[in-house]
Design a protein around this ligand. Structure first.
Ligand code: ATP
Ligand code: MG
Ligand code: MG
Length: 553
């Protein structure tokens, strides 16, 4: 078991509870921007926010941070809700949108103007940013910084009423152009954007900046712990400055930063994931190779496996990279406990058992899940013609190969001992079929004379089966850190062989009526689940994970 790191956020919460802060209330929020699908990094944040509230009998709000209408869509809102629910968390009726607060934010901005703490700047974004200075050199004050309150109020109303075009004016806080913290150098509060919003339509043409919205929403919702990723640490003084202007009593939300999750062999920024989707490098946001929650779900990951992963990686203050093998380990561990076992042959080679009666079908007893005796048993049909895995036969087997070869005897799982008597080839010399004989006394997989065989193979009847397409996935990127190369695009490191489609696979009849997302262990091969592309006459399976664990414990 990897060591679970101590959660420093829980420590903070406990200290505050012990000190009687916030009347013992714990209230967190998960604040996604609806500009893409959730990824495994968001899942970490979801587990942390909902998990912390659960642990201390608190509440968690789901709040959509929809302050930038140019990138946000309702499709994303819906997918986010589905994914949070699927992960096993419920926000009840505490569903909010930053856009719910546009009126209140406008009012608050007006209050700041009246108090001489905000002003309208006519300069364009480029000029404003060129005046920002550097951390060691103070910035330049805007020529509009000393505008009168009356003029600012008038201009701000006219900004709202659509009198100016995009970028013509902004509202800025009047804080300190010499502050050592660049975020305190008169940050922009509002910008003009004549873009319809997915919820407020054409009502607004000015939109609050993230920094101006986030903390205020926290305050109005009574959030006690506003947990965010480390890059917001430098925004904290600004977060607190706004709350100082807003608060009317002792209560204030507290921003706490933690290290974001980075995973090896993938990218996690929504902008990059969107690029993969738009340029069709993947089939969609839920492509099973994507690190998105919907991709992992389609791939066969369980909510438990993702929650366990989030617990294992812990919460820290230091940015790092987590080995994707740990995520794979988590799903393997969970499916090992839960998955129904079946036999499936991915790369079939026909075997004719020449001394087995033609037309006979025997039902062999098979164990559904050796990890769970309650799962019981099932019947697997055995017939004269079966398929085995092509890789399980070698004409000239090397020393350590214990599977089938000419003249060799192996066990067919749950069935009989068989011995290979003939290798049938086509004109090109390709092996097309094997002939074997079976020992009727070895039914169930043991020979009464105590004869030992070294190999046990899985198999599927060639006449009693379900035909399927199986999709094998490899990492989407060949490089551990596709973002870590200066002057090179992350897409240059994509794995050209991340998807292999096997379109003639045979699975035992047990899987016949399975539905999308049903999970199985194909014995000896790995974990597979049913894909939503499945048709009544052709199931499609995704390989969730191989059996072998690459996670160094
Ligand atoms: P991205 O860069 O992928 O667009 P983001 O932070 O802009 O991510 P948001 O929708 O704003 O995406 O994120 C919602 C919440 O999830 C935020 O609180 C954010 O801190 C958290 N979050 C996002 N990415 C990660 C990550 N990789 N690890 C942990 N938490 C994350
Ligand atoms: Mg964000
Ligand atoms: Mg973002």
């Amino acid at each position: 078991e990897p060591v679970v790191k101590k959660n420093f956020i829980h420590q903070i919460v406990e200290e505050e509870l012990n000190a009687g802060k916030n009347d013992g209330r714990v209230h967190t929020r998960f604040p996604p921007e609806p500009n893409g699908y959730l990824h495994i990094g968001h899942a970490k944040s979801i587990c942390l926010n909902f998990g912390t509230a659960q642990k201390y009998n608190g509440l968690t709000n789901l709040r959509f941070d929809d302050t930038n209408p140019s990138k946000e869509e309702t499709e994303y809102v819906d997918s986010i809700k589905e994914d949070v629910h699927w992960l096993g968390f419920d926000w009840g009726d505490r569903e909010f949108f930053a856009s719910d607060y546009f009126d209140k934010l406008y009012e608050f901005a007006t209050k700041l103007i009246k108090e001489g703490k905000a002003y309208v700047d006519d300069q364009d974004a480029e000029t404003i940013s060129s005046q920002k200075g550097t951390p060691t050199r103070p910035g330049l004050e805007s020529p509009h910084r000393q505008r009168s309150v009356e003029e600012n109020l008038d201009l701000f109303v006219r900004m709202r009423d659509g009198e100016f075009s995009d970028g013509e004016k902004v509202l800025r806080a009047k804080i300190d152009m010499a502050s050592p913290n660049m975020h305190m150098r008169d940050p922009i509060l509002y910008r003009i954007m004549k873009t319809p919003h997915h919820r407020t339509g054409d009502k607004w043409c000015i939109y609050p900046m993230y920094d101006f919205a986030h903390g205020q929403c926290d305050y109005w919702e009574g959030i006690t712990h506003s947990i965010c990723t480390l890059e917001f640490e430098v925004h904290r003084p600004l977060y607190n400055w706004f709350i100082d202007q807003l608060k009317t009593d002792e209560y204030r939300p507290r921003q706490i930063e933690f290290a974001r999750l980075n995973l090896t062999y993938t990218v996690m920024s929504k902008r990059k994931l969107l690029e993969l989707v738009k340029d069709k490098h993947v089939s969609g946001w839920d492509d099973p190779r994507m690190p998105t929650v919907s991709g992992l779900r389609r791939r066969g990951y369980t909510p438990e496996s993702i929650r366990n992963f989030a617990e294992r990686i812990g919460v820290t203050k230091v940015d790092g990279m987590i080995d994707v093998a740990l995520l794979e380990h988590s799903v393997r561990e969970d499916l090992n406990k839960k998955a129904q076992r079946v036999m499936g042959v991915l790369n079939p080679l026909k075997v004719v058992i020449t001394n087995y009666p033609e037309g006979q079908v025997e039902e062999m007893d098979a164990i559904n899940n050796p990890e769970n005796p309650e799962a019981g048993k099932r019947k697997v049909p055995f017939t004269r013609e079966i398929y085995i895995e092509r890789e399980d036969f070698m004409e000239e087997p090397p020393r350590k190969f214990f599977r089938l070869g000419p003249g060799r005897e192996v066990r067919l799982r749950y069935a009989y001992f068989v011995t290979c008597t003939d290798v049938v080839k086509d004109e090109q010399g390709e092996i097309v079929e094997l002939h074997c004989t079976y020992d009727p006394a070895s039914r169930g997989g043991n020979s009464p004379d105590g004869r030992k065989v070294k190999g046990t193979l899985h198999w599927v009847s060639a006449t009693e089966n379900v035909e399927a397409e199986v999709r094998l996935y490899d990492r989407l990127f060949l490089d551990e850190d596709p973002n870590g190369h200066k002057d090179r695009d992350f897409k240059e490191f994509m794995n050209p062989n991340s998807l292999t489609v096997l379109d003639k696979c045979y699975i035992e009849p047990f899987v016949k009526d399975s539905k999308a997302l049903d999970s199985f262990q194909f014995e000896r091969l790995g974990y597979f689940n049913v894909d939503s592309d499945s048709k009544a006459d052709k199931l499609v399976f995704n390989r969730t994970a191989q059996l072998r664990d690459n996670w160094a414990k």
